[in-house]
Write a protein that binds this ligand. Structure first.
Ligand code: SAH
Ligand code: SF4
Ligand code: F3S
Length: 482
């Protein structure tokens, strides 16, 4: 565990400290006492389960929750029937929300069998007042609700939950605070996400993220580099720098610094072999960044560059602040500089007012750029966003038809692109044993494609040179070249 704290030396008899993170250490020590008495009574340690339902940023937050729980003394449960279960929610599309309500019913079943079980909900969906209202009214068996801005306060909130039988709710509208130095339990020993910024100021007209994650705040470069150095010392070889729009990193810091410069500094850190980042907004992707990517052997040959739509008219309505032509030029510029780069994207179908012509513009960009892969989404109306009030919401059957056509095209191109790499010898970071066949390991190429090949547990976390012997559409089979 990274940033593990010795809780035995903390005095919990006095008042809790006012300053952070000392205040949270105090509450962790208090929870630790509770865990000890649980152990004495039951003869075992309490079990926890953190379920991540969102993007990489949520996944990183989930690791922070697990870090605090482990530090307190909880042990990981195999399933969702633990003594403390928390869902870290996403609300970017409506179906993400529906899933939570469905799964809560299932959790309630466990709670009826184990009345001491505590259920928590946090993350982006909890930032919506309507959601909290509904939970309070119809899901009163939930014990804890908090949002994205006060996740650092988790230990303090948990201490409250352990002492009371009523629902603890603490959701903040906004924050300018970034609390460092709390424990983190990583899902993988050899790779890690690293937040470089929080929030988003772009307000794309369909998107709820700026409302639930708040204003853009960059972390100090010193703190980021320090964290990555510690991760490298702890065996991490691959990091992913995380932010909703990494290309605008550092602009609002007291001493402004560009994302490209930060990347330049990260790649000097010894032990780090691979650097990824997520997500790049096309409007802010600088020549300086392309230059750093081109010259760095550590920065992965992968750029995720969300297109959203190929129609300049729709892009304007979406408030994306680039045109179809600018996007295409940018892709050309990146490919001219970095020949072997893989470019992936996100596309939304059925934005209000999207005509067949607009959709064909998107198809045109897809065919011209030939993305290595693309996440395609059906537009989802998010209350409170400008697009939700736009006229001319597109009928479901029309959207579905466009979505199917787009998906077919995207998949066809992706498999053709994948085929181009077949036969090559490329470095693969081994991530784990293959889930279906334990004589195989699974890893990723620099361009993020998945490769399966014969190997053993001892290879996990190492980089192997692998010949891609068979292309299976979206992944490869391979063989280690010694
Ligand atoms: N900050 C990132 C995206 C975060 S959300 C960026 O700007 O690229 C991830 C993806 O979800 C977006 O790229 C978009 O394609 C999709 N998305 C966001 N809001 C959506 C909505 N209301 N309906 C459908 N898809 C949406
Ligand atoms: Fe949403 Fe746009 Fe911000 Fe991405 S850049 S999180 S799509 S508002
Ligand atoms: Fe979802 Fe929140 Fe990420 S809404 S996509 S989990 S920032």
């Amino acid at each position: 565990m990274y940033n593990k704290i010795d809780l035995e030396i903390i005095n919990i008899n006095g008042e809790p400290p006012k300053e952070e993170p000392a205040r949270q250490y105090y509450y962790m020590a208090k929870c630790r006492q509770w865990v000890k008495s649980f152990e004495q009574k039951k003869g075992c340690l309490p079990r926890y389960c953190v379920v991540n339902m969102g993007c990489q940023m949520n996944a990183r937050d989930s690791e922070k929750l697990s870090g605090i729980l482990e530090n307190i003394g909880y042990v990981k449960a195999d399933g969702e029937d633990g003594d403390f279960v928390i869902y870290n929610t996403c609300t970017v599309r409506e179906n993400a929300n529906n899933k939570v309500y469905g799964r809560l019913g299932y959790l309630h079943g466990f709670k009826k069998k184990n009345p001491h079980m505590k259920i928590g909900l946090c993350g982006c969906m909890m930032q919506e007042p309507e959601v909290v209202k509904k939970l309070k009214k119809s899901y009163s068996f939930v014990d804890l609700i908090f949002g994205t801005h006060n996740i650092y306060k988790f230990a303090e909130l948990l201490a409250d939950v352990l002492e009371t039988d009523s629902m603890v709710v603490d959701v903040w509208e906004e924050t300018d605070k970034i609390v460092e130095e709390l424990p983190v339990e990583r899902k993988y020993s050899f790779k890690s996400g690293v937040n470089i910024m929080f929030g988003c100021d772009n307000f794309c007209s369909y998107c709820i993220v700026p409302y639930v994650r708040g204003r853009e705040r960059s972390r100090n470069p010193k703190d980021i580099l320090e964290e990555i150095k510690k991760l490298a010392e702890d065996g991490v070889v691959e990091i992913m720098l995380l932010g909703q729009n990494v290309n605008s990193y550092g602009k609002n810091l007291e001493e402004p610094i560009s994302f490209a410069r930060l990347l330049g500094e990260v790649q000097n850190i010894q032990g780090i072999e691979r650097i990824r980042f997520m997500t790049s907004h096309p409007k802010d992707l600088s020549d300086e960044l392309i230059e750093v990517m081109k010259n760095s052997p550590k920065v992965c040959r992968h750029l995720h560059l969300p297109l959203q739509s190929g129609s300049t008219r729709i892009l304007k309505e979406m408030n994306r602040r680039y045109t179809k032509e600018q996007y295409l030029e940018l892709v050309d510029k990146v490919r001219d500089a970095i020949e072997d780069i893989s470019i992936t994207t996100d596309i939304i179908v059925g934005f209000p007012g999207e005509t067949e012509e607009d959709f064909l513009e998107t198809m045109d960009v897809v065919r011209r750029v030939r993305f290595d892969s693309a996440f395609t989404f059906i537009y989802s109306k998010r209350t409170g966003t400008p697009a939700a009030n736009m006229e001319d919401q597109i009928p479901e059957d029309v959207v579905k038809d466009r979505f199917d056509r787009l998906l077919k095209e995207v998949q066809q191109i992706a498999s053709e692109k994948a085929m181009e790499q077949n036969g090559k010898i490329l470095p693969v970071l081994v991530e784990g044993l293959n889930e279906q066949d334990e004589s195989l390991v699974t890893g990723r190429l620099s361009n993020n494609s998945v490769v399966h090949f014969p190997g053993g547990e001892d290879m996990i976390g190492t980089i192997q040179n692998v010949r891609l012997t068979e292309c299976k559409g979206f992944y490869y089979m391979g063989k280690v070249i010694s």
